[in-house]
Ligand binder design. Structure first.
Ligand code: ADP
Length: 592
């Protein structure tokens, strides 16, 4: 982890203080030492001048006299006095035997004194082994001519000790300064560090999306408090804006989600920016699993829809067309494509309407009209044909006229039958599954139905048998149920061979009325079974027509069942016979 700025700064700051204080101590100690040395030098100059003046007053020819004089002059002083001949020979010395001493002509202070009257040097003394200051001056006789060099040597031990003391005092003072400054700096840094850390942690939480957090500071500098205030205000505003946007987005989502129409927004790079639940269901994709790079071609796999998006993008003009989708059968979609221009770029809005049912209804309607026209056309053409023949003279041939009129009459009857069936079908449809019911007896219904079919049964030598179980009172629309039963029994008689048996079994059980009509006729091929309840559907067109069927009988039965919230089913084995079963509630719906 990286160290914080403050902790990076602190050591630098400490080093700067240390260097400053250190330099100050070094400079001060140097200045003090220089001052002490200068003072000592001037003191030694005075002393050596005094000594030189005194020595100049005496003749120094004899070494012993000189030695005595030097001893005398330096009595009771700590300083060492040396008298040196201009050639460098030591004439006398207060602390050593001059004869044992080497030639001093090359000593720095001696040479300097001979050249410039005074000479000074500081060095470790060869004689005493101590750090010493040497100050020399020329000794002149009465005439003023130089006769020797007088030199005073003083130990610098005390001076050095003094300047050592000064350095020590300065070092202690410096250390105090360093420690105090470091402490204060630490305090200042700590005071800055805490609020800055609070700000950083606050900013971290904002970055993680927690905009409800507020940065609280205690005893922080004004600038830092201002920054925290600005951050808090920013978080508040951001949270409000996000809240507003979220609400708007949720509302939009809810609207789009509730729509029956599919809505797809395609970006200009052809990726799907969004699609609603209805659109996802149409294409069988999951919205949650939708890839951000999903495209119409890649994900929805529909080239027609892709072409619509492309056209809108290219022209900018709205497009309306129908697109077919193949998923468990064909689905027809009406597509409206509109160009979209928003801040986030251009795109296309596709609104999809599932018109499969509408289209199917339209197809059914068209087929129905075609079928009706076809069904009506045959008898009408026949009637017109015979009427024409009659008008052209056949009217005057009684035998033919009678036959032609009979044919025209039977066709007119057929027409009327078809129209009647169509009317009852349309009446049934307009009931919308709510036929008015009344209490009646199952026996009465079956009696009535058998009565109306008995003639054709007798003609075909067919026996109608019947059976019943359960209570007999039911709540149904008597006329409609009779009609349904007549249609079923009529069919059973029509499609059965002579001499066979048709059975009507009724039962009332658990509030349900069941009517089963069973024949031993030629049955219905398996592939036709799903369609026989459609209008005008016949297994064998010619045969059905010849038997006087309109092709609407079973459609009417189905609608009667629906009008009672019931159903009609068929079981049939080709060559063995068929059983049609009608099931419906036997009690009034609202009585339950
Ligand atoms: P239709 O007026 O032709 O009888 P329906 O709607 O009553 O019209 O019947 C449709 C077709 O179903 C008939 O044409 C016939 O082919 C078949 N069908 C109906 N009932 C039976 C049955 N009991 N046995 C065999 N075929 C039947």
């Amino acid at each position: 982890m990286r160290r914080s700025l403050l902790y990076q700064l602190y050591p630098l700051y400490a080093i700067a203080i240390l260097v400053a204080v250190g330099t100050l101590i070094l400079a001060a100690s140097h200045v003090f030492r220089e001052a002490f040395y200068a003072e000592k030098e001037s003191e030694l100059r005075n002393s050596v001048t005094l000594a030189a003046n005194a020595l100049g007053a005496y003749p120094l020819d004899r070494r012993d006299d000189a030695q005595a004089l030097v001893a005398r002059l330096s009595r009771d002083t700590v300083n060492r006095l040396t008298l040196i001949a201009p050639g460098g020979t030591v004439l006398a010395d207060s602390h050593a035997d001059p004869r044992a001493m080497e030639n001093h002509g090359r000593r720095a202070e001696v040479r300097e004194a001979l050249a410039e009257r005074f000479g000074t040097d500081v060095r470790i003394s060869a004689t005493t082994g101590e750090n010493s200051m040497y100050v020399a001056t020329v000794v002149r006789d009465e005439t003023g001519s130089p006769v020797a060099v007088a030199r005073i040597a003083a130990s610098m031990a005390r001076i050095d000790a003094r300047s050592q003391n000064v350095v020590q005092a300065l070092a202690i003072a410096g250390a105090i300064v360093v420690v105090t400054t470091a402490l204060f700096a630490g305090l200042v840094i700590a005071r800055l560090h805490r609020p800055l850390r609070a700000i950083r942690m606050g900013a971290d939480r904002y970055a993680q999306g927690d905009l409800s957090h507020r940065i609280a500071l205690h005893r922080a500098p004004a600038e830092v408090v201002q920054i925290a205030g600005t951050l808090n205000a920013m978080a508040g505003e951001l949270s409000e804006t996000i809240g507003r946007i979220t609400t708007q987005r949720n509302e939009l989502e809810a609207v789009l989600g509730a729509m029956i129409e599919g809505v797809i927004v395609v970006a200009d790079d052809r990726t799907i920016r969004s699609l609603n639940e209805a659109a996802a269901a149409m294409f069988g994709v999951s919205r949650e699993e939708l890839d951000p790079r999903a495209t119409i071609l890649g994900t929805l796999r529909n080239t027609e829809l892709d072409a619509v998006a492309e056209e809108v993008m290219a022209t900018g003009a709205p497009v309306e067309t129908t697109v077919t989708l193949y998923r468990k059968g064909a689905i027809s979609l009406q597509v409206h494509g509109t160009a979209l221009a928003s801040d986030s770029g251009a795109g296309v809005l596709l609104v999809l309407n599932d018109i499969t049912r509408l289209k199917r209804l339209e197809d059914v309607r068209r087929d129905f009209v075609a079928n009706v026209s076809h069904e009506l056309k045959t008898p009408i053409t026949t009637i017109l044909g015979f009427v024409e023949t009659l008008r052209e003279g056949a009217l005057h041939e009684p035998a033919s006229a009678d036959r032609f009129l009979a044919i025209a009459h039977s066709n007119a009857e057929r027409l009327s039958l078809i129209v009647e069936d169509l009317l009852s079908l349309s009446r049934l449809e307009s009931l919308e599954a709510e036929a008015p019911v009344e209490e009646c007896s199952v026996h009465d219904i079956v009696d009535k139905a058998v009565e109306s079919c008995i003639r054709s049964a007798e003609q075909n030598r067919i026996t109608v048998e019947r059976g019943h179980s359960g209570p007999v009172a039911v709540n149904v629309n008597r006329t409609l149920v009779e009609q349904a039963l007549i249609n079923l029994v009529n069919n059973a008689i029509k499609f059965s061979p002579e001499g066979s048996v048709v059975r009507i079994d009724t039962a009332v059980r658990g509030g349900e009325l069941t009517i089963a009509v069973k024949d031993r006729g030629h049955g219905i091929p398996r592939r036709d079974l799903p369609r026989i309840f459609e209008r005008f559907y016949r297994v064998d067109q010619a045969r059905s027509r010849a038997l006087g069927g309109t092709g609407l009988g079973l459609a009417i039965v189905k609608h009667i069942a629906i009008a009672h919230r019931g159903e009609v089913t068929v079981e049939s084995v080709e060559g063995r016979g068929s059983t049609f079963t009608l099931r419906m509630p036997a009690r009034r719906q609202d009585a339950e």
